[in-house]
Write a protein that binds this ligand. Sequence first.
Ligand SMILES: NC(=O)c1ccc[n+]([C@@H]2O[C@H](COP(=O)([O-])OP(=O)(O)OC[C@H]3O[C@@H](n4cnc5c(N)ncnc54)[C@H](O)[C@@H]3O)[C@@H](O)[C@H]2O)c1
Length: 263
Amino acid sequence: MGRLNNRVALVTGGARGLGAETARAMAAEGAAVAISDVDGAGARALAEELRGHGAKAIGLEHDVSSEESWATTMATVAKELGPVDVLVNNAGILLVKTIADTSLEDFRKVSSINVDGVFLGIKNAFAAMGARGGSIINISSIAGLMGAAGQIAYHASKGSVRLMTKCAAMEAATLGWPIRCNSIHPGIMDTVMTQTHYGLGSDNANTNAMLGMVPSGRFGTPADIAFAAVYLAADESSYVNGAELVVDGGYMAGRAMRPDAAS
Ligand SMILES: NC(=O)c1ccc[n+]([C@@H]2O[C@H](COP(=O)([O-])OP(=O)(O)OC[C@H]3O[C@@H](n4cnc5c(N)ncnc54)[C@H](O)[C@@H]3O)[C@@H](O)[C@H]2O)c1
C-alpha cells in the first residue's frame, strides 16, 4: 500500500527541480498527480514519465500568478483525476538584487508568483477540499525565516508564505474543516534556480563559501524536500498543522564551529 493511495495531488512549478521530485515521490506513494507549470511542455513530459511507471498523472500549463489559470487548472484536475486532496504550492522565482537596484516592478513580479500564487493556491484548495479536508504544503524557504543582503523581494515573499500558511491552518480550524496547512523551508538546494543565481554545480569561491555554512557539509537535493512533502501529505503527519518544517542541513540551527575557532 502506498502512503498516498487514493489521493489526488497537485504540484505547482512541477516541471523541474524540487517540484518535479516531489511529484515523482508522491506518484511512487500511490497518488494520482497533476503537475502544473508555466513550462507546460516540461509538465507534460514529466507526467508521461510517471505514466510510464504505472502512475496516474497529467501535466498542465499553469501560471500561478493568474486567477483565471488557477480556475482552469483546478477544473481540469477535478475532471481528469478527481478533486484535489493535496496541494503543493511550490512554484516560485528568485531575484538577487540590492534594494537600490530592485524596481517596484521587480518587487511586484516576485510577489505576483511567490505571494499571489500561494494565496490563490490556498484559496482554490479551500474551495476544492472544504469539509472533505486535505493537506496544503507551501514551499517557503530559509529565506522566509531570516534576512539577507541583496534579496529583499524574495525574502519578503517567502516570509509571507510562512504566515499565510499559519493563517490558512487557523481559518480551516475555525471552519471545522480538516485541512492541514504547513510550510517547508528548504536550505540551499542544488537545482536550476541556485545553479543560475549562485553558480551551484561549478567549483567557485561563492559556492565553496556557501557550502562552508552548511553544517551537514552538502547542498540539499530535490529528494530531501520530496520526502518532507510526502510526510506532510500523508496521514503520518495528521497532528502537524501550521508548522514550519526546516530542511536545510542544519543551516538555521547555528554555526558549526570548532570551540577553539570561536576564541
Ligand atoms: N533551490 C533552492 O535552493 C530553494 C531553497 C528554498 C526554497 N526554494 C523554493 O522551492 C521552490 C522550487 O524551487 P526550485 O529550486 O525547484 O526552482 P526551479 O527554478 O528549478 O523550478 C521552479 C519551477 O517553477 C516554475 N514556475 C516559475 N514561475 C511560475 C509560474 N508563474 N507559474 C507556474 N510555475 C512557475 C518554473 O518553470 C520551474 O519549473 C521555489 O518556490 C523556491 O523559491 C528553493
